[in-house]
Design a protein around this ligand. Sequence first.
Ligand code: HEM
Length: 506
Amino acid sequence: MAASPLFCTHFPGDPFNHSRPSKSRSRFRAALSETSAQKASDAAGDGGSRLPLREIPGDYGLPLIGPWSDRQDYFYKQGREEFFKSRMLKYQSTVFRANMPPGPFISGDSRVVVLLDGKSFPVLFDADKVEKKDVFTGTFSPSTELTGGYRVLSYLDPSEPNHERLKRLVFFMLSRRRDHVIPEFRRCFGDLLRTLEKEVSTSGKADFNSLNEQSAFNFVSGAFFGADPLKTDLGSDGPGLINRWVLFQLHPVLALGLPRLIEDPILHTFRLPPFLAKNDYRRLHDFVSRNSSPILEEADRLGISREEASHNLVFATCFNAWGGLKILFPNILKWVGRGGAKLHARLAAEIRTSIQKRRPLTESVVYEALRIEPPVSHQYGRARRDFVIESHDGAFRIREGEMLYGYQPMATRDPRIFDRPEEFVPDRFVGEGGQRLLEHLLWSNGPETKTPTAGDKQCAGKDFAVLAGRLLVAEIFRTFDSFDVEVSDGPLGASVTVTSLKRAHR
Ligand code: HEM
């Protein structure tokens, strides 16, 4: 398990980089000794828990009917949050059994143990206890025809030899052009803010999401490959192609807001034929492989075929990176926008004082957006062996082979960990007390205090994504004093319309 060659993504010139290696090393040591203590007590059979051992409440219902009925609750009768909250109240437990969509006929086995608190959730990061093979999208896996015939990195368990090689390749891609990240961001999102301002002044409002999709694609293409898609055959088609390709992968677990009688049979019962996405995917793959020669040369050195590497680069760029920013940026705009003029004035003052100084409030609002609304809500892992997990109130025996599922927004809104958990508190992560809470910030599939390595499943782009979030806030308040938004729910996060922008006069 070698450390990430990114070393915490020290992007030169990154005004936000304040890593404190000694502290994080001692935290890491503490985490390691906890793990060994846990192992010893697991061997004793009771998990060493001082909490009462409880039967996991809940049941899966009858075959086919139970999973179908839970799916109706999840998408249509209750909705996602209510689905989990009502069961948590019914069973008086943050750990219980339920079926997760899609169920029949897409997933063969939809039974999971649901984890809803910040204490039990991190078991999903423990590679000793859970296997992460083919669980990226949950209880089903999309056809590999959608990824060039390969099981790409996100679907590989760290015990598979290719996991380490491919993750190293992604680290290489991220660090190779690190000097270009900030300039590329300013170029792409400077354009976005100018367009936004023009649209708001002519039409009184502007849709942030569609502009963000194009700018985020231009940004990742520039930052990873030094390519401008608008100057290639792809033109402005990139975001549309990715959205369609992603739909073929995620439709079993998405609600698009269509009437249930149409949506449920078409999206959640059978797979859409992958060949229909072939042309879209080919264009994305052509763009990435034509512009990634130096990364493919590194793949040769790592012992990965260029073919396999290129499909992994498409996935890391288009699904992981672009998909992440497509959800994260509207979320940031939503929460910071709702924060109002006072918060905006404080952010603007902090951002305009000195480029070299720390920006604790800017850092904190990005973390807080990632806490209150983690862009990727679902994490899965299959128990490698029998062990005992603990919530705040009870201990539960997990059997080898059982699927564990964490709904992250409830783990990071755990009232036993965070004060006023349902509120967006801009200063939450400021100061020493705030920094201590970072251990419970889990958006990257690991604690924020940890650095991803080639031997774990933590997001390879963790530091890149946080930096990008901070750059977005900085770019906005360098240009504007304040802004207003209207927000509605989309299938993958917030849909944000900007309704006013007050330009900074300096
Ligand atoms: C806001 C943006 C992002 C979010 C919310 C996000 C979230 C995540 C999550 C939750 C996982 C783990 C999924 C699982 O196994 O259950 C993950 C994995 C991954 N992410 Fe990110 N990500 C973001 C940005 C990026 C970026 C910019 C990259 C850069 C290429 C990236 C590359 C990856 C890769 C390669 C993996 C698989 C890691 C492995 O299998 O070991 N992500 N990401």
